[in-house]
Design a protein around this ligand. Sequence first.
Ligand code: PEP
Ligand code: MN
Length: 286
Amino acid sequence: MNIRGYSGEFNSYIAKDFGKEYLVSRERHAEDTLIKVKNHVVGGNNFTIIAGPCSVENMEQINSLAIKVRNLGAHILRGGAYKPRTSPYDFQGLGRAGLEMIVDAGLKSDIPVVSEILDENDLSYFENVDVIQVGARNMQNFSLLKKLGRQEKPILLKRGQGCTIKEFLLSAEYILAEGNPNVILCERGIRSFEPYTRSTLDLSAIPIIRMITHLPIIVDPSHGTGRRELVEPMVLASVGAGAQGVMIEVHDNPARALCDGNQAQTPDEFEITTKKAMKLFETLHK
Ligand code: PEP
Ligand code: MN
């Protein structure tokens, strides 16, 4: 096990639920899984920065952000086209047109893209998307997970707001069990009684997940806190806890964002945060 600072005893009592009969288990596969996304490798001792708007709003917006986040060090561009909104009256995303816009922006700026799938019947529209995201609300949509397991694109699987680490890893197991080994896990906070943050970011999940599984684990401090000023401290804490990447929402004009403006960093803020994160990651892993 190449996780620093944890005793075998701690390892064995937490990992006992995931013996070698599980494909996600470290006992079965000791080495970190490495996932190729175009020219970038996610996992192992690589740090992955995913950035972009919550939602694709129009061509100009996604093109401009693609260039900016790529130039500031992002490896993957994010942007939702199918949005899982709590209220049916909120902006639902541009759908297929939005997906085409982010694919186009990624190709023009030479950066791979990730976007969320809500409905398994939409899978064919994701043909040119590099990584398919399964959001928190769909983490236990088992028929979607099985379908994504039967194709080859990497999956970014986010932890459900009300789900345990064990349930999270069992959802990943559904995808692996169908034949797709390329799953990137994403901690994005869980529902608690605390109202000052949108979710309670479960930082201890990171070293636990790194012990139990070989799959890469990244953190989304934007949805994890819901507040822009908390993104940077939680990025740095995530790196300290052993995260292999972060996903950060970035918008040119957060006040006018169609979705999640309160948690979006500006490109200037993103630049400062990612510089600190990269420096800390290098210090910890050199
Ligand atoms: C998102 O990343 O766009 C999103 C909706 O996040 P979550 O599923 O974690 O709420
Ligand atoms: Mn969002």
